[in-house]
Design a protein around this ligand. Structure first.
Ligand code: SAH
Length: 247
């Protein structure tokens, strides 16, 4: 594989002009990295396709590439969805990078009653851009899907109804019910609901309970929400990599 990785959205792989990268990706190639005709790069479509390409030519705004070799990485069997309550304080870059590295299937930003600030209208877009940076950096060929849920916990519950498992990390849960391998890394979709820095409201907890979210502890220390989310993804990733884990 070429050393540098770039993203090209899936619908752009069939353009009659061939593989053409523009915008920020092209600037990154030609201006930041000073890549030129004859240099090799890797292209990712975020849906499992990884291509080794050679730069044919560049102009002011675009880079034209020839395909050398392409492979498809199958979608993983275990698909963790991180439903992270929105907060202005969340370190987006940090979390997006960890989500891409640790193989989040999706990230749902939801508006909690105790969320600090309101989910901005462009939230999904800005988070998505950061996820793209994350897959380029980590080489994970699957881009986590990003959704912004303005409809609060109700919308989260509606979407999670289709998942195979629902987990609710809660800081006041007894440490005896600490999350264990029986819930982690299993095939299918597992949704983790993480509350905002202000915690879940009693009403949200009640609705999540009623929707079948299983309360678990992450130990007897209160973690920041992005730490709790990254820890769940890390544990899930670890369990999914165990040689004979539940598959
Ligand atoms: N408002 C709370 C802390 C919320 S921490 C307080 O200050 O008391 C943000 C979120 O991270 C929580 O809603 C929960 O989903 C998760 N979390 C943090 N620490 C946790 C722990 N020890 N066990 C389980 N979940 C935890």
């Amino acid at each position: 594989m070429g050393e540098h990785r770039f993203y090209l959205a899936p619908e752009r792989w069939t353009s009659p002009e061939g593989l053409v990268v523009d915008g920020q990706e092209a600037r990154h190639m030609t201006q930041a990295l000073r890549l030129r005709a004859g240099d090799d790069v890797a292209l990712l479509d975020g849906e499992g396709r990884v291509a080794r390409c050679r730069i044919r030519r560049t102009d002011k705004k675009q880079v034209f590439l020839d395909l050398l070799e392409e492979r498809r990485v199958p979608r993983p069997a275990s698909l963790p969805v991180m439903a992270l309550a929105f907060s202005k304080a969340v370190r987006r870059g940090f979390f997006a990078e960890k989500a891409a590295e640790l193989g989040a299937h999706a990230v749902w930003l939801w508006q909690g009653e105790h969320s600090q600030g309101k989910l901005p209208p462009q939230a999904a877009e800005t988070w998505r851009a950061q996820m793209i940076a994350g897959i380029k950096q980590s080489g994970n060929p699957w881009l986590p899907e990003v959704r912004a849920l303005a409809g609060g916990v109700e919308e989260l519950i509606r979407l999670a109804a289709r998942a195979d498992r629902r987990v609710l990390p809660w800081e006041l849960e007894e440490t005896s019910s600490i999350i264990g391998p029986s819930r982690l890394g299993l095939p299918g979709v597992t949704v983790y609901a993480i509350g905002p820095e202000g915690g879940f409201s009693p009403r949200e907890l009640e609705s999540l309970d009623a929707a079948g979210f299983a309360r678990v502890s992450l130990g007897d220390r209160i973690l920041r929400c992005e730490t709790a989310a990254a820890l769940c993804l890390g544990l899930h990733w670890w369990a999914s990599q165990l040689p004979d884990h539940a598959v």
